[in-house]
Design a protein around this ligand. Structure first.
Ligand code: URA
Length: 251
């Protein structure tokens, strides 16, 4: 049955009730508002959520970029374009490599320090000069028989140790770097390098014995920076250098 009241009547009645002090419109039956509330979120939950942007995995990006690099030059360019490692923002230069590409020996250090960051080359500071002397002692030089790179191509702030997340992110580039350089022997300088190449640390235990990475022999050695502070350990380093020389000579 249609109501006899029109819009204006209903409005006038409402105004009259408000004048009498009515503040809420209530029905004949009580309403359980807790029940209403319980039903509400379900309805909200069924509403379509806006699509979340797909998260980027920096390690996947690094893998893809490294895989696509077919020369040392394109690998350098790939690293220069890689934007996911925050170390890059604080570094002056990308420190890629030094020495003779294609050399039989490849040294893998940790990360650039201040001098390397300024020069854009690995191992140019005091530790680097000691490294050159160590290599020269077995007839090797970066000029024609050694190639040198680091686990990380950018300097960590205040020369702090590389973080595991940084090592993992840059590992695909290092792996590709080694594959493209094709050395016969790798030298893992210090714990960080052992971690990146062999997946474990413990340089005092590991040095002096041959390990394997990417199908190549790896000699873990004390880092030259450590030897600068611990000259007595140079004896161990000398023994490792002789083992490297013997292997190169096919003894
Ligand atoms: N230490 C490293 O491991 N690498 C460098 O390039 C310099 C110091």
């Amino acid at each position: 049955m249609e109501s006899a009241l029109d819009y204006h009547d209903v409005r006038a009645l409402l105004a009259w009730q408000m004048e009498l002090g009515a503040t809420d419109a209530i029905g004949d039956l009580p309403v359980n508002r807790y029940e209403l509330q319980a039903r509400l979120p379900k309805a909200a939950a069924t509403q379509a959520q806006p699509a979340k942007p797909k998260e980027i995995d920096p390690v996947d990006v690094a893998r893809q970029m490294a895989r696509e690099a077919n020369t040392l030059e394109t690998l350098y360019n790939a690293l220069a374009q890689f934007e996911h490692c925050d170390l890059k923002k604080g570094a002056r230069n990308l420190v890629f490599a030094d020495g003779h590409p294609g050399a039989r020996v490849m040294v893998v250090g940790e990360a650039p320090g201040r001098d390397e960051d300024i020069a854009g080359k690995p191992f140019v500071g005091r530790a680097g000069q000691l490294l050159d002397r160590m290599l020269a002692a077995i007839g090797l030089s970066r000029k024609d028989s050694v190639y040198i790179a680091n686990v990380l191509p950018w300097r960590p702030p205040q020369n702090r140790d590389p973080l595991p997340v940084e090592i993992a992110m840059m590992a695909p580039f290092l792996e590709r770097h080694i594959a493209l350089a094709e050395p016969d022997i790798l030298i893992a300088m210090g714990n960080i390098s052992c971690d990146a190449l062999l997946g474990k640390r413990g340089i005092s235990r590991m040095r002096g014995t041959w390990h394997e990475a990417q199908g190549m022999p790896v000699m873990p050695m004390f880092h030259p920076a450590y030897l600068l502070g611990q000259p007595l350990q140079k004896r161990a380093a000398w023994s490792d250098l002789l083992a490297i020389k013997a292997r190169l000579d096919g003894v």
